[in-house]
Ligand binder design. Sequence first.
Ligand SMILES: [Zn+2]
Length: 80
Amino acid sequence: MPNKSSNKGHIPVRTCVVCRNRKDKQMMIRFEIVKGEFVIDFQKLMTGRGFYLCDDNACIAKLDKWMNKKKFKRGRDDFR
Ligand SMILES: [Zn+2]
């Protein structure tokens, strides 16, 4: 972690839901859970509750586990 106060630019960072690492949000995949289903927000225009995931195979591979833990399952329509 750099000690100098280099706040110029102020790059927004987001926390990956899988590995909890913080990264430049440009480097991450934004997705939402819509009616219990995983939907990638490619255009970053969705307005619901969003989550961020590293654009990384290791994190993508673990996403299913995360979704199970959060009880996000395909086919459920009672998630609000
Ligand atoms: Zn990650």
